[in-house]
Design a protein around this ligand. Sequence first.
Ligand SMILES: [Zn+2]
Length: 180
Amino acid sequence: MTGIHTERTIGFAHFVHTDPTSKCFRLHGHNWRIEVDIESEIHKDGMIVDFNVIKSIIDEMDHKVVVPQDLINNPGKKKIWEETNSDVLSKHEFETIAVMTTGLVYEDDGRRSVKYYEFPREDVFIFPREFGAVTSENISKYLWNKFLTVVQDRTERLASIKVTVWEGEKSYAYTEDDAA
Ligand SMILES: [Zn+2]
C-alpha cells in the first residue's frame, strides 16, 4: 500500500462553548498544526490525492474565527453604520454573523456566563452542526470526513486516513479509521 503524508500550520480563533467553567470558553486563538496521512490506491493521474486539494480544505479555516453552526444567531444580518463626521464612512453596509453562547455558570456578581460576539461574515468559518463544539477532537473528525469524501470520489479501495490536530506544543487529537 502506498501512502501520502502532509502537514500544515494554520492560525484561527475559537472557543469551547460546552464548558463555561474553562478558560477555553473565552474567545482565543492557536496555531494549529494539521497532519494528514492517507493510504490508498494510486489514481490513474498518478496521485492518491493532490496535496493542493488537502491544503485548500485545511486553509478554509485559516485566519478565521471558527464558530459552531448551532450558535449562530441571525446570519446574514446587515447593519448600517453612520459616521456623520467622516466622508468615507458616512454610510456602509456590513454583512455580519452574530454568535451567542449560553453557559450555565453564574459569575460572582450574579451575571450568567453568556457571551455575544459579532463578526464580519467573511472572517467566519461555520463549523458544521454535526461536529459540535470546536475542539481539536472535533476538528480532526471534521477534516477526516472531508478527506474521506475526496478519496471516495477517486477510488473504491480506500485503506486508511489519519488526521492529527495539534493545538499546542504537546497536545493533539486525532481521528483514524480503517475505512476499507
Ligand atoms: Zn483553544
